[in-house]
Design a protein around this ligand. Structure first.
Ligand code: GLA
Length: 385
């Protein structure tokens, strides 16, 4: 359960010995469809989770920033606001790097004390890092009256992750964490940055989006993500297009014949077909179709990530296959890959059956038990009233 405002304020006073100026939250996310499309101008369709990072903060009189985390009670990390990449590593870099990114973008900030408390599972591919960055960025905006809107803060949080932490991510996670609306999927065109909030009334349809956390670690700065990104850039160059987004699905086969490298060709095929899948899902949901119709598109997305993008794992595949066999309308890995979580679109009445099927397969194969929860589309970053 997320911490309440009163509890967050008390935690802060216990640690720092004075009252905070405010409490801010930003959510983790699950991506329904549109994976590894956000660094080639493509489309994504994530939603915010109810799980959030809560930041309780107060301005200081000097130019130091001190950050504590309820999840790492032994660490208290402090730095001057003139810090640069490399000065701080580990979890605290996701928070302190925001100060660096704001200053790098020309904003004036002062020192602050921060306490983080997050319910977003860490390493589960659910953007616990974007939740930290977006909550801290929101706190700094309000503490120092910075003239920044939601997407500006998302850009700051992305710069922090890319350049301070060293994870070469796109902008999806930060954008949805800042801008999501409850009850909606968040469609983003990552080139024009056009947003469309797409209603996603799962409960009315008797459906649940089940998150299956494989509890196998997922890291974005250990090479696998970067090499996929590199292949996408190679494909873009070979095809001589501004971005893979400019390759239409009808032109895909002809385009692939122009790429000699079969690995690069497979990566390109994933991105082009994935953009088409996002458009199809948005079209279906906009037209008021039964959300069950989205299921097969999710499953096709998984096969593409498994076979063409090669970022799935035995645990993710087992989660997807057992969920489908137990009656899910569709299932796929979600997020950056190489571990983390899968999602399954399931009749609410069948949730227990699907969980039992996945748990049974995991036990049979000697995997450590998965964790499950239902994803409900929640709100983006905000200050607690
Ligand atoms: C991670 C990154 C995102 C995106 C996804 C894959 O979550 O942070 O920018 O690239 O992987 O879709």
């Amino acid at each position: 359960m997320n911490v309440t405002k009163a509890v967050a304020e008390k935690e802060f006073s216990d640690i720092f010995g004075h009252a905070p100026d405010g409490v801010w939250v930003a959510p983790g996310r699950v991506n329904l469809i549109g994976e590894h499309t956000d660094y080639s101008g493509g489309f994504v369709l994530p939603m915010a989770l109810p799980q959030v990072c809560t930041v309780t903060a107060a301005k200081r009189d000097d130019d130091r920033i001190t950050v504590c985390s309820r999840q790492r009670p032994e660490d208290r990390v402090s730095a001057g606001i003139d810090l640069v990449p490399g000065d701080v590593t580990g979890w605290a870099a996701y928070a302190l790097g925001i100060a660096w990114a704001l200053r790098a973008a020309g904003h004036r900030i002062g020192g602050a004390d921060l306490v983080l408390d997050s319910t977003v599972p860490i390493g589960a591919g659910l953007s616990s890092s974007a939740a930290i960055g977006c909550s801290v960025a929101s706190a700094f905006r309000d503490l120092f009256d910075l003239p920044l809107e939601g997407l500006d803060l998302a850009a700051v949080a992305r710069t922090c992750e890319n350049e301070f932490v060293g994870a070469p991510t796109g902008v999806m996670d930060q954008a949805v964490s800042m801008m999501a609306q409850p009850g909606h999927l968040f469609f983003l065109d990552t080139r024009s940055m056009r947003i469309e909030q797409v209603p996603f009334a799962l409960d009315q349809a008797g459906l649940t989006l089940l998150v299956i956390d494989t509890r196998t670690a997922h890291e974005l700065n250990d090479g696998g993500y970067g090499s996929r990104r590199q292949a996408v850039e190679d494909g873009t160059r070979l095809l001589d297009v501004p971005a893979l987004r400019d390759v239409g699905i009808q032109d895909l086969d002809a385009a692939l014949t122009r790429i000699g490298d079969t690995t690069v060709a497979a990566r390109v095929r994933h991105v082009v077909t994935e953009n088409a899948r996002v458009e199809e899902v948005v079209r279906l949901l906009r037209s008021g179709a039964d959300p069950r119709e989205v299921g097969p598109i999710l499953s096709a997305g998984h096969r593409s990530l498994r076979d063409d993008f090669e970022i799935s794992t035995p645990e993710l595949d087992a989660a997807v296959e057992s969920a489908e066999a137990a009656g899910a309308f569709g299932a796929r890995m979600t997020g950056g890959g190489f571990g983390g979580s899968a999602i399954a679109l399931v009749d609410t009445d069948a949730v227990d059956e699907v969980k039992a099927a996945v748990a049974g397969t995991y036990a049979e194969r000697g995997f450590q038990p998965a964790a499950f929860f239902s994803a409900v589309p929640a709100a983006g970053a905000h200050r607690l009233p």
